[in-house]
Every structure is written in structure tokens, then in C-alpha cells.
Design a protein around this ligand. Structure first.
Ligand code: N01
Length: 532
């Protein structure tokens, strides 16, 4: 028995979907748990990303919890793809309904955590000066929650308003009559630009690299379709759970080359009408075959040419990389926005944005007068939210050193040398390639079960073996190497952060094999772990 006892069984960092579910699960298991979040409320990414147009691109009936039949029956999603305010209301509802807030400390950031090897517990420090000792340290900090903002010369000279999509203020920002400059053309810019353009006097979009933007084809959900899913929500979820990404979408298990050219086009047209991420389901080799991918990219070019009136702008908006290599964006009227007189696409792929000035910014040697500048510049994805915390495991090893050449995990859940620490729905697991909410439940349950097992057996320490971790790393790499996604720059491989090791961070081998592996590990008495 350890000499020093923990204050609580577990500390959870983050009160988004994953943190909330894990808190619920651990409470159900009889564990005394505290959760901390730097935000003023629950919601994680949905708390911070309040920019106009913020919306999920997984269907709302699937991007929601399934652990409670009552909850999924009583909540009525309005739209096919829920908006940020609706998702935040849902998460708040969940927190209230299951009385979760009483264990959450808001407005508090975890700054450091050190493993106490003599007592098998974590010593966790908050920015408020509090120290908490916990047997288990559970990271549910999200994959896209460490915002990055490039620095430009003269930033403090600019006299106008400055915003960042990922740290958007709670109050409505009024763009009426304003000249707005937006830096970046990833999903956040793609969702917000069409709405900002409707309000602003002029919108300048500074684009370094274009993205493929699938029309979301969002719409209100009818009572009939909601009722149909709710009539057998369990069955619907089970079907999704057995699929490659843990959510259902029209997917054709057929190569592009299995169809004659006119039928290929018809298939792509159909998927365009369906909209959103399902576009990738048009054929099973879009991300595996360069030839299939090139044909889809050509189709894309023709679509952009049809929509965008100015051929030079259409050209600029057309990516020259593999289709779907970067995270696909789902938008509403994005390409159409460039036909507006008050929208200018500025190509900054050459000299880039050179500096901020008193009245705006200088880009590609031209001065732009602006009232508002918005950074839509993304995140230190996957690892950033973990490595921003000073975490020290056994023998003084820090997480920053351990992951200096890329993340190393066993099942994504653990990293060797950091006993009793779990990192949920992030690197090394399907996370961003499946639905995060289903991932939250699966990981929350896995950790809850593991903690119960350890309690039952009187164990106080679990650590992945070096070998099990090396084997899992190899599996993560093997799975990624088959995908064209390895071949372009994107946050999936960390290339949007200078100096970051290039590693495909999530596990792309598919949801079913991942679940099978997690289940087998448990069935074999936590194979690959050292328990004591
Ligand atoms: O960030 P991004 P995001 N000068 O990294 C540009 C999820 N998400 O917040 O590509 C000029 O995609 C950068 O240019 P480049 C989703 O998974 C989901 O938009 O490096 N530009 C890029 O255009 C998504 O993939 C939704 O050449 C600079 C942009 O900034 C992920 O979050 C909605 C620059 C960053 O794009 C991230 O999306 C929103 C510079 N110095 C987000 N530095 C949904 O729809 C960077 N850029 C669910």
C-alpha cells in the first residue's frame, strides 16, 4: 500500500464531450473524480469556436451520445448538421441532466502533472495554485484545441479589431460597414467567410493553399426522419458502430475503375447532392489509388469552374494536391461567395503576409486597408493540447521529450513511462477519423473498466510496456502508409507547425480493428501493460 493516499481517484482534464462522458462513467463506477477546464463552461471545442457559421460536419443524429436511451430519445436535433450554439446547448443539457458540473472546476488550467513513483499517483497543479493528488490522470483535451496564431511584424501597430476563430468572443461581432481581412482558408474560414461577406463592406480572404470544399447540403430535419431513427436508435447506432468510421454515410465499396466514365460522373454527382464528408464514400479507392484520386480531383475542378465566374479565381481555388488528403472541408456557399463584388481572394502563396500596418496589412507587396483582421490559422493538432502541459512521468521523463520525434502510444490510450495516465480520443486512436463522441464513450468505458479491474485486484499502477507501444506505433504507421493522406502537408501529419515531427497522428486502420484490438487486450488480462 502506498504511503501517501491520493485526494481523488482521478483528475480529468477537459470538459468537452470526452471529459464529460468519462466523468459520468467514473462516477457510475464509484470513483471520486475531479474535472478541470480552462473554459468558463462545458463544451470543449464547442465552447471556444463560436465564430459565425461554426457547425459540425458529422450528422447531428450521430454526433451525439448514445449511452443513455432516454437522452437520445428526448433531444430533438434541428438540423442535419448542428450549429455550434445547438451543440453547446446539447452539451450543457447533458451536464445538467447528469448533474456533472458539481465535479468540474471551470476557469482553471492544468499547468503541470508529475508522477510520484513512490506512491503511484499524479501530483497535479492548476494555474490557480491548487495541487491535487490523483491515482489516475486523464487527458480529454481534444485534438483541435491548442490554437496557433502566426506572428507577423507590426501586429501591435494595427489600430482595428483583431479576432481568432478558435477563441471567438461570446458577444456577437458586428461586421456591418467594415473591411474585414481573414487569414487562412481552412474549415473555420470556409464556414465563416460566406456569412461575414453578407454583412461586411468588404471581405479579403488571404489564401496560401486552397482546400477542397464539399457542399454540406445542410437542411432542417423532418419529424419523420427523426422519428424513424428514434424508432430504433439502438439498432441505428449498432450499425454505425460496426462501420469503418463509427458513423453511417452512403459508402460504395467499389473502385472508381469498376464503372465506365459516364457512370463515374453520375456517382460523383450523386455524392455531391448528398453533400458533406460522404463524398469520400463515392468509391473505396479515392484515398488509396492515385489514378482514382486524380479523376475525382478533375471532377472537382469542373465543379469549381461551373460555380466561380472568374476563371482566374476558380484556378486559385483549385487545389493541386490529392483530393481529401487534407481534412475535407464542408461548406455552404463557399465557392459562390467569390462571385460577390465585396469579396476578394488574395493569393498569398508567394511573399505571403509581410506585416501588419496601422491601417491593415501588407501582403504580396500590396497594402490592404482593414477595420478587422481575423486569424483562422488552425491548431497545433493532436499533440499540442497535451504537450502544452508540463507532464513528467517516471525517471524525470517529460512528455515533450518522449514525443519529440512524434507521439508514441499504446492503443492511443497510454504512453509508456507515464503510468496511470490516459490520453483519450487523440493520437494513436481513430479519434478525428471516426466520430469524436463515439470515441469518447468507447475510451471512457475502456478507462472506467480498467480502473474497476485494478480496484478489484488491488492494483495501483498500470503502464504500457515498451514493446507493446513499439508494436502499436508500427501498426499506426503501417495503416497510414497505405493512405494518400500521408503524402501532403496537413495538420494530420503536423506539418502546419514549424519544427513538428512529421507523423500521421490518428490511427487510420479503421474503427472495427481498433475496437477488436482494445477488446482483445482486456480479454487477455491487459496484455501489453505492466500492472502492479
Ligand atoms: O485550421 P486549418 P481550421 N499566412 O489548419 C492558414 C476542424 N474544424 O481552424 O494551408 C497565411 O485547416 C493555412 O494555410 P496553409 C477540422 O478538422 C472542423 O480552419 O498552411 N495563411 C490554412 O489555410 C479542420 O480541418 C470544422 O497554406 C496561414 C489556415 O491558416 C480543423 O479543425 C470547422 C498562415 C488554417 O487552416 C482545422 O481547421 C472548423 C500564414 N502565416 C474546424 N498560417 C467543421 O466543419 C496559417 N495559415 C466540423
Amino acid at each position: 500500500m502506498s504511503a501517501v493516499q491520493p485526494d481523488v481517484d482521478a483528475v480529468i482534464v477537459g470538459a468537452g464531450f470526452t471529459g464529460l462522458y468519462t466523468l459520468y462513467r467514473l462516477r457510475k463506477g464509484g470513483f471520486n473524480t475531479r474535472c478541470f477546464d480552462a473554459a468558463g463552461g462545458v463544451g470543449g471545442t464547442w465552447y471556444w469556436n463560436r465564430y459565425p457559421g461554426a457547425r459540425c460536419d458529422i450528422e447531428s443524429m450521430q454526433y451525439s451520445f448514445q449511452f443513455s436511451e432516454e437522452l437520445q430519445q428526448e433531444w430533438r436535433w434541428k438540423e442535419r448538421y448542428a450549429s455550434q450554439p445547438e451543440i453547446l446547448s446539447y452539451i450543457e443539457h447533458v451536464a445538467e441532466r447528469f448533474d456533472l458540473k458539481r465535479d468540474i472546476t471551470f476557469d482553471t488550467r492544468i499547468e503541470a502533472a508529475t508522477f510520484d513513483e513512490d506512491n503511484d499517483l499524479w501530483v497535479i497543479e492548476t494555474n490557480g495554485g491548487e495541487t491535487v493528488r490523483a491515482r489516475f490522470f486523464i487527458m480529454s483535451v481534444g485534438c483541435l484545441s491548442a490554437p496557433i496564431r502566426p506572428t507577423f511584424e507590426g501586429e501591435s501597430d494595427f489600430k482595428g479589431e483583431v479576432y481568432q476563430t478558435s477563441l471567438w468572443p461570446k458577444k456577437k461581432v458586428d461586421f456591418t460597414g467594415k473591411r474585414v481581412g481573414m487569414i487562412g482558408t481552412g474549415s473555420s474560414a470556409i464556414q465563416s467567410a460566406p456569412l461575414i461577406a453578407q454583412e461586411a463592406e468588404h471581405l479579403y480572404l488571404y489564401q496560401r493553399t486552397p482546400n477542397f470544399v464539399v457542399p454540406a447540403q445542410n437542411r432542417y430535419l423532418s419529424d419523420e426522419e427523426v422519428a424513424e431513427i428514434k424508432s430504433d436508435y439502438k439498432g441505428f447506432r449498432a450499425k454505425a458502430y460496426s462501420g469503418l468510421t463509427a458513423f453511417l454515410f452512403p459508402r460504395h465499396d467499389q473502385s472508381l475503375f469498376d464503372l465506365p466514365p459516364d457512370e463515374r460522373r453520375a456517382r460523383l454527382d450523386d455524392q455531391w447532392e448528398i453533400g458533406g464528408l460522404p463524398f469520400l464514400g463515392a468509391f473505396n479507392d479515392i484515398l488509396l489509388s492515385e489514378g482514382a484520386n486524380a479523376e475525382v480531383a478533375r471532377y472537382w475542378r469542373s465543379r469549381i469552374d461551373e460555380i466561380v465566374e472568374d476563371p482566374k479565381i476558380a484556378d486559385l481555388l483549385t487545389p493541386d494536391e490529392f483530393f481529401g488528403c487534407k481534412r475535407l472541408c464542408a461548406g455552404t456557399d463557399y465557392y459562390e461567395t467569390f462571385n460577390r463584388d465585396n469579396v476578394t481572394l488574395v493569393d498569398v502563396s508567394g511573399k505571403g503576409i509581410q506585416r501588419f500596418t496601422e491601417n491593415g496589412l501588407l501582403a504580396e507587396d500590396l497594402d490592404y486597408d482593414l477595420d478587422v483582421i481575423i486569424y483562422a490559422t488552425g491548431f497545433d493538432a493532436m499533440t499540442g493540447s497535451v504537450t502544452r502541459i508540463a507532464i513528467t512521468g517516471t525517471n524525470g521523463l517529460t512528455i515533450q521529450d518522449k514525443w519529440a520525434d512524434g507521439p508514441h502510444t499504446y492503443l492511443g490510450l497510454t504512453t509508456s513511462g507515464f503510468p496511470n495516465m490516459f490520453n483519450l480520443v487523440s493520437v494513436g486512436s481513430p479519434s478525428v477519423l471516426a466520430t469524436m463522441v463515439t470515441g469518447a464513450e468507447q475510451h471512457g468505458d475502456w478507462v472506467g473498466d480498467c480502473m474497476e479491474y485494478m480496484r478489484d485486484k488491488g492494483l495501483s499502477r498500470i503502464d504500457a510496456t515498451v514493446q507493446a507501444e513499439a508494436d502499436w506505433d508500427a501498426e499506426v504507421t503501417r495503416a497510414a502508409s497505405a493512405s494518400l493522406r500521408m503524402q501532403c502537408d496537413s495538420w494530420y501529419v503536423g506539418s502546419n507547425v514549424e519544427g513538428k515531427a512529421r507523423v500521421f497522428a490518428p490511427y487510420i486502420g479503421g474503427w472495427p480493428p481498433y475496437i477488436q484490438k482494445c477488446t482483445e487486450v482486456v480479454a487477455n488480462g491487459y496484455e501489453g501493460f505492466e500492472l502492479r
